[in-house]
Design a protein around this ligand. Sequence first.
Ligand SMILES: Cc1cc2nc3c(=O)[nH]c(=O)nc-3n(C[C@H](O)[C@H](O)[C@H](O)COP(=O)(O)OP(=O)(O)OC[C@H]3O[C@@H](n4cnc5c(N)ncnc54)[C@H](O)[C@@H]3O)c2cc1C
Length: 357
Amino acid sequence: MIRCEKFADKKILLIDKDAKKNNDRTWCFWEQEDGFFDKIVFKKWDTISFLSDAYVADMEISPYQYKMIRGIDFYQYCFQEIKRHPTIEFIQADIGDWSYQEKSLSIDLNDIEYHFTNTILFNSIYREENADKKIIKLLQHFKGWIIETKEPAFNPEKATMMDFRISQDNGTSFVYVLPFDEKTALVEYTLFTKQLLQPDEYDEQLELYIKMFLHIEEYKVIEKEFGVIPMTNEKLSFERNGWNIGTAGGQTKGSSGYTFQFIQKQSQQIVDCLVNQNPLSEIPATPKRFRFYDNTLLEILYHNKLPGKEIFTAFFKKNKPQQVLRFLDNESSIKDELKIISSLPTWPFLKAAIKQL
Ligand SMILES: Cc1cc2nc3c(=O)[nH]c(=O)nc-3n(C[C@H](O)[C@H](O)[C@H](O)COP(=O)(O)OP(=O)(O)OC[C@H]3O[C@@H](n4cnc5c(N)ncnc54)[C@H](O)[C@@H]3O)c2cc1C
C-alpha cells in the first residue's frame, strides 16, 4: 500500500459492528493483470467451465484470470495495514441512526450519540427503504460447502463458473465449483429468485450435486458459507446523505450480483478525487446503457419470461468468454454489446427493453 502524504494529517475512523474475524465470504472476480489485492489471492484459474443441458465448454479466458479471495485473508490484510497507520482508528460499534449535513455528522453508536464536524462520510450500510412499486428486487442467495475428498476428485486447473444442469424447479439455479487442489473445493448452490429457500433445501441440493454430478461419495464438509446479494433496478446513488459505497452505493451489478471489482474501481476513483482535491460528485455513475441492460435482464428473470439457464447458455455459446466477461464488467464496446444482444432470443428481450424505456 502506498502512503500518501496528502492524508498525513487526516484522521480516518472506521466503524463496524463486526470485528471481521471470520471467513464469512469468498470473493470471485476476474482481471487481466495483477490487482491491488493480488498478494492475498487464494487461487487463480486460467480456464472456466460452463455447463448446461444444451452446451458444455471449458473456456480459456486469457488475458483474464478468474481469481478468488477468502474473506478472512482480506480482513486480516486490511487490519494489518490499518495498524501501520496511526491516523486510522477502528471501533467496533453498532450504528443506529445518523444525520449528515454540511460535513457535520451526528451518529448513534451503541445507543450513544456522537457529533463530528468537518467530516466526509462514507456509508456502506445497505438499508431497504424504497417502497416504489416499479422497483424490482431479486435475491441472489447461495450456500457453499468447502469439501475435502479422500481420493483426488477435482481438476485444480479449471473453475466451474456456472453449472445449470441441476433442477430449475426452484427458479434460476446453478452450482459453481472452485477447486483449490485435487481434493478440496468450494461447491456453491446459487439461485436468482424472489424468496429464500428453507435452510435444509440448500443442503439437499448440495448433497445431490456432489453425488450426481461430481460423482463423489466420500467427503468431509470443512467449512460452510451462506449469503444473499440484492439484485435490483433501484438506483442506489453514490451521493445520498453522505457518500454511499459498496452495495449501498449501487456497486452491485443488478443482473449478476458481482460487486467486488466494481467496488475496487470506485474506491480508486474516490482516492484519486481526494488526493487531487477534486469534488467527489465528479465520480461518474454507472453508464446508463449498462443500467438499461441490467434492468432488462432483471425484468426477464423477475417475471420469468425466459429461464436464466437459456439466457446464460446463449451468452456463453454464442460469444467469446472474454466478450462476456467484459460485458459483465461494464467495459464492453458497443460492437461487443450488439453482438451479445443479437445472440439472445429477440422477442422477450425486445418486450422487456421497451418496458424499461
Ligand atoms: C457470502 C457472500 C459472497 C459474495 N461473493 C461475491 C463474489 O464472489 N464476487 C463478487 O463480486 N461479489 C460477491 N459478493 C457481493 C459483494 O462483493 C459483497 O457483499 C461485498 O462484501 C460488498 O461489500 P460492501 O462493503 O458493500 O458490504 P459489506 O462487505 O457487507 O460491508 C458492510 C459492513 O457494514 C457493517 N454493518 C452493517 N450494519 C451495521 C451497523 N448497523 N453498524 C455497524 N456496522 C454495520 C457490516 O458488519 C459489514 O462489515 C458476495 C456477498 C456475500 C454476502
